[in-house]
Design a protein around this ligand. Structure first.
Ligand code: ADP
Ligand code: ASP
Ligand code: MG
Length: 412
């Protein structure tokens, strides 16, 4: 029988009623003749609560235990979803990551999926099971430890299952009815897109649009998974939601496809480091070893052989960065005057494949921000995106002003 993957995010399984609603939707697809793999998130708020517990217990936690704790929310919803389906007389059972087994790397809290052998689940489908409910976000390492795939990782679980089982489609059910030109929660004029290219979705996701985890988009692009984002709260037609697809399938698109933001950024500057070959390698090696995800990097002009090195990272990793750099300073590998951290910044980005062929987007973006009196602290660009770091208090204003200026409320 054809296989369909349906993923339900946190708000879509937030309580027993919501789980029932989601199960009904699964029932519709089962009735159409699909064998369904349902991927569930933890009930909304649960993962955050557990992350908080871990941080409170051990600020520089052992990531293996972090994973043991934060993966557990998905176990609850997987079991409840299987029970709900059974109550509807649909043969279903739950699977935790290790039972599948969903094999991952050992990079705890950020693990990557290596393999999903389909045999165990297929054997059960062969015996008449119609729905495999799989706990999203979690897997098992070669060492036999529980791993997690990074925040929002259930999206990636879903796409990886769709690839492994050659599913007809991977439907991501969430609390908005598709992918918008920007987060509809902070911009009332945001417009739902019927289609978005993999490339643009990949950039938007990696720049903060959390509607899909970045890695899920990468996998969908690589394995040609038909990926759709739609609401679990509305009645659906076959054309509902947003289809993430190849660029060639989209006839017309704006130069800028969307605006993304990331709220929890910090700008860290190492004051007065030696300006000589090898210093950047020492700094960024230490940060990588310390588990810090560095994003933007700027080296300032040098004076008397010394320079300032600025980088950005998630706000909650500043103390890790501080510790990692202090360690190499104490070991005499690096000398710097002080580390200055600005934790009140946000990143705002515009994304569009049209930028490849049209110039002037950066100039327009900077003018819009300047007209709003917003100071730009750091800039980075790539072929299809421009990102700026600004004071967090201006983040929403910047998103709205850019959305207006690039007329994203109007279709191309
Ligand atoms: P789930 O729990 O279902 O995985 P998430 O909270 O992870 O849901 O992702 C959905 C949220 O993503 C929406 O509620 C919305 O606020 C946010 N979002 C950010 N950018 C976008 C965008 N461009 N289009 C749609 N939603 C977006
Ligand atoms: N529950 C996990 C999180 O909140 C994974 C997910 O929902 O995708 O990040
Ligand atoms: Mg999510």
């Amino acid at each position: 029988m054809p296989v369909l993957v349906m993923k339900f995010g946190g708000t879509s399984v937030a309580n027993l009623d919501r789980i029932k609603r989601a199960a009904k939707r699964v029932g519709v697809e089962v009735a159409k003749g699909y064998d369904v793999i349902v991927i569930v998130s933890a009930m909304s708020g649960k993962t955050n609560e557990m992350v908080g517990w871990v941080n409170e217990t051990s600020p520089l936690f052992d990531a293996r235990e972090y994973d043991a704790v934060v993966s557990s929310g998905e176990n609850v919803t997987a079991g409840l979803m299987a029970l709900t389906l059974q109550e509807m007389d649909i043969p279903a059972r739950s699977w935790q990551g290790w039972q599948v087994p969903l094999k991952t790397t050992s990079a705890h809290s950020q693990a990557r999926i290596e393999e999903i052998p389909p045999e165990n689940i297929n054997a059960k489908f062969g015996e008449g099971m119609r729905v495999a409910v799989v706990a999203g976000f979690q897997g098992i390492s070669a060492e036999g430890r529980i791993t997690t795939l990074g925040r929002g990782g259930s999206d990636t679980t879903a796409v990886a299952f769709a690839a492994a089982f050659e599913a007809e489609r991977c439907d991501i059910y969430t609390d908005v009815d598709g992918v918008y030109t920007t987060d509809p929660r902070i911009c009332g004029k945001a417009r739902k897109l019927d289609k978005i290219s993999f490339e643009e979705m990949l950039e938007l996701a990696s720049l903060g649009a959390k509607v899909l985890q970045t890695r899920s988009v990468e996998l969908a692009m690589r394995y040609k998974v038909k990926l759709r984002v739609l609401s679990s709260f509305e009645e659906q037609s076959d054309a509902a939601g947003t289809l993430v697809c190849d660029e060639e399938e989209i006839m017309e698109s704006n130069v800028v496809a969307g605006v993304a933001y990331s709220r929890d950024e910090a700008k860290v500057t190492l004051m007065s480091v030696a300006d000589r070959p090898g210093i950047a390698a020492i700094i960024f090696n230490a940060l990588s070893d310390g588990g810090v995800n560095v994003d933007m990097i700027v080296q300032n002009i040098s004076e008397d052989g010394r320079t300032d090195m600025t980088f950005s990272c998630p706000t909650d990793q500043v103390s890790r960065a501080d510790q990692a750099l202090l360690r190499i300073k104490e070991q005499g590998e690096l000398n710097y005057a002080e580390l200055v951290a600005d934790k009140d910044v946000a990143k705002v980005s515009v994304v569009g494949i049209g930028m490849r062929s049209q110039s002037g987007v950066a100039a327009k973006m900077f003018k819009v921000l300047s007209d709003e009196g917003i100071n730009i602290k750091v800039i980075t660009t790539s072929e299809i995106k421009i990102s700026v770091l600004i004071d967090r208090k201006y983040m929403e204003l910047a998103v709205q002003a850019l959305h207006d200026a690039f007329e994203l409320d109007k279709a191309a």
